[in-house]
Design a protein. Structure first.
Length: 413
């Protein structure tokens, strides 16, 4: 995707500080982070989902909070928007301790790229489809590789969770990564609040007089202020994945971080293993998972009826393009990682793989666009579920060959 192709379909983001971000290629084929106001196929999917939710009365009472100026204790850490919240929060925590790694480098070192379609795990009543490693893995992997000591906690008692946060923040002067639910986040547009307990933010300050916190949210365009009660609430949002006040932080960092070259090669090998070399019985993960979803998609209309098939497709597209950056977005982030890794390590061949994966990312975006024609019933007879399944199968085959080739390359290196 080129910089000028990043969509700017402003609809539900209007008036809010929340924005999408995409890695796209500039005129010199270098990846840049570009802010996006949204994309029409994603908005169409959201429209259909909102019609299905039985929370219209609750949602009608939600108000969009515009963050006010913050005054109070605050650590010296600035916001750096990112395409994905856990990458961004990890990057900000590291930067506070003098380790400045880009979002793509963090994502790549943590082997964050993945795929799984798991019918027996539900999200909002639909089978879970994920295009990245599971929440919490990125921070743990990258800090372990760099020899960084970290801490994390969950709590049974809400007040204890807030007390521990205040202790780390005010007494130990540490920024804290906090996992929250989106549904009750007051600065998110009401239309984008859904039961997803996996959003990461970085807490950097507190005003004891107003009982407000200063927060850096990687998916916003500016620093956020959130009340004690609101932060407490979103840290214990109900849902499929109970948060229990989950938070994480850095305890200490080494005097010198290890040489990145061997870590990069090892991380790439692990990503390739996850995508193409897991045990054969794991049919729902890696590139086999893409084919598994393709085969299931062909049967949706017969098994679930027209409406059921439509909502299953909508859910996949939301996971692909809305929830947590989305599949195409992760492919572009990993492409940016390969490009940066080529520069930092001198392994210039990684540039070729960066461009190959970027083209696959474009194909995921094309799939999402054509799927939107189906679930909005704007398609001609060419765009059927079988046609979409064929596109998925082709993408899966290309990703399979890509990761086989990439793994062979790094093992030779």
């Amino acid at each position: 995707m080129k910089v000028e192709e990043v969509p700017q379909d402003l609809k539900y983001y209007k008036g809010s500080v929340v924005r999408d971000a995409n890695y796209a290629l500039d005129e010199e084929n270098h990846f840049q982070l570009v802010q996006s106001d949204g994309w029409a196929p994603k908005n169409d999917a959201l429209d259909l989902v909102l019609e299905e939710y039985n929370d219209k009365e609750v949602r009608s009472k939600m108000k969009l909070q515009v963050p006010e100026a913050y005054h109070g204790f605050e650590l010296d850490l600035s916001l750096r928007p990112s395409a994905h919240c856990e990458n961004g929060t990890t990057s900000m925590l590291l930067r506070y301790y003098g380790i400045d790694l880009s979002e793509p480098m963090i994502f790549g070192l943590a082997s964050g790229l993945f795929f799984a379609h798991i019918p027996f795990v539900k999200m909002t009543g639909m089978p879970m489809t994920t295009f990245r490693s599971f929440p919490g893995v990125l921070f743990k992997r990258v800090t372990k590789q760099l020899g960084i000591e970290t801490g994390s906690s969950r709590f049974l008692i809400k007040d204890h969770a807030m007390q521990q946060l205040d202790k780390l923040l005010l007494e130990e002067k540490r920024p804290v990564g906090v996992v929250v639910g989106i549904y009750y986040l007051p600065y998110y547009p009401p239309e984008y609040r859904f039961p997803f307990n996996g959003h990461n933010i970085c807490v950097i300050g507190k005003n004891d007089q107003t009982n407000e916190y200063s927060v850096l949210d990687p998916n916003t365009t500016q620093k956020i202020t959130i009340s004690y009660d609101d932060l407490r609430k979103v840290r214990f949002s109900p849902g499929t994945y109970p948060l229990m006040g989950q938070m994480y932080w850095i305890k200490s960092v080494p005097e010198k971080i290890p040489d990145l070259k061997p870590i990069v090669l090892k991380a790439i090998h692990k990503t390739c293993w996850l995508m193409v070399k897991e045990p054969s019985w794991v049919i729902f993960a890696g590139t086999r998972g893409i084919d598994y979803l393709s085969n299931r998609m062909r049967k949706w209309e017969k098994k679930k009826g027209a409406h059921g098939a439509q909502m299953n497709l909508v859910h996949v597209i939301r996971m692909l393009e809305e929830v947590g950056t989305g599949g195409a977005g992760y492919r572009f982030i990993y492409s940016a990682f390969l490009q940066e890794a080529a520069e930092k390590t001198g392994l210039t061949v990684l540039n070729d793989y960066s461009m190959r994966l970027s083209e696959i990312g474009d194909q995921w975006r094309d799939f999402a666009f054509k799927a939107s024609r189906v679930y909005k019933k704007r398609s001609n007879e060419t765009y059927t579920y079988d046609y979409l399944a064929d596109l998925l199968h082709a993408i899966g085959e290309k990703e399979k060959q890509f990761f086989i080739d990439l793994d062979n390359e790094v093992q030779n290196l």
